[in-house]
Write a protein that binds this ligand. Structure first.
Ligand code: AP5
Length: 214
């Protein structure tokens, strides 16, 4: 089963993708994580991407399409994948269809995570992740069971994203409205778009998505 999680920054795409990965044996493909890996490794792409990401803008379609094309054909995807952060423009959505066809794959569901924009700044500005395993946390909504210790791997090192500042977040939301939301009618026409209430508690959202997938 191959699915896309769509929603504005902070809608909970990454949080739900990690839960679906464990529950359904799917692979999470996060373009944001792939770009941050390039930044961490100080590659040429990472250097260029950092400037764009710190401004809350989108990295160019050709770079993102090439990145996904090489990723979806990898053998670890045999049970299917969850695209988290891709496609983000109509051009990326059209390129994805062509890529899937060339790899003889199909798309089963596109899940739109609907959220109240006013809540997003609070979600994003309170977010942090484990530096070792990438597990996501939040100052208010998802606190480690033992303070300062990752539930998943026991690490005590955490990081916050450079683009999780209120002013950058506003630009990311503008980019979502102008460039990503126009994809929704495209998938609506294909009959595979389903919406969930992303404002519900994390396990409730997970159950709602699981119901659609099963
Ligand atoms: P990316 O990394 O994809 O960021 P994003 O889309 O802005 O989404 P986020 O990761 O910020 O949020 P999320 O929806 O995953 O929420 P999360 O689960 O973490 O992209 C970053 C940048 O890379 C882009 O701006 C762009 O520059 C570039 N880029 C990436 N892909 C690209 C592409 N295809 N084309 C061009 N450029 C691209 O949740 C947020 C917080 O809320 C967490 O702390 C979480 O614990 C909490 N939370 C989650 N769910 C709930 C809930 N239900 N209730 C309460 N709290 C919750």
């Amino acid at each position: 089963m191959n699915i896309i999680l769509l929603g504005p920054p902070g809608a909970g795409k990454g949080t739900q993708a990690r839960l679906l990965q464990d529950k359904f044996g799917l692979i999470q493909i996060s373009t944001g994580d792939m770009l941050r890996e390039h930044i961490k490794n100080d590659t040429d792409l990472g250097k260029k991407a950092k400037v764009i990401m710190d401004q809350g803008k989108l990295v160019s379609d050709d770079i993102m399409i090439a990145m996904i094309d090489s990723r979806i054909s990898q053998p670890d995807n045999k049970n299917g994948f969850i695209l988290d952060g891709f496609p983000r423009t109509v051009a990326q959505a059209e390129a994805l269809d062509a890529m899937l066809a060339s790899h003889k794959l199909s798309l089963h569901w596109v899940i739109e995570m609907r959220v109240d924009e006013a809540a997003l700044i609070d979600r994003i500005c309170g977010r942090y992740t484990c530096s070792n395993c990438g597990e996501g946390y939040h100052d208010k909504y998802k606190i480690p069971k033992q303070s300062g210790v990752c539930d998943k791997c026991g690490s005590t090192q955490f990081t916050r994203r450079d683009d999780d500042k209120p002013e950058t977040m506003k630009k990311r939301l503008d980019a979502y409205r102008a460039q990503t939301a126009p994809i929704l009618p495209y998938y609506q026409q294909h009959g595979i778009l389903r919406a969930v209430d992303g404002m519900a508690d994390i396990p409730v959202v997970a159950a709602e998505i699981a119901k659609i997938l099963s």
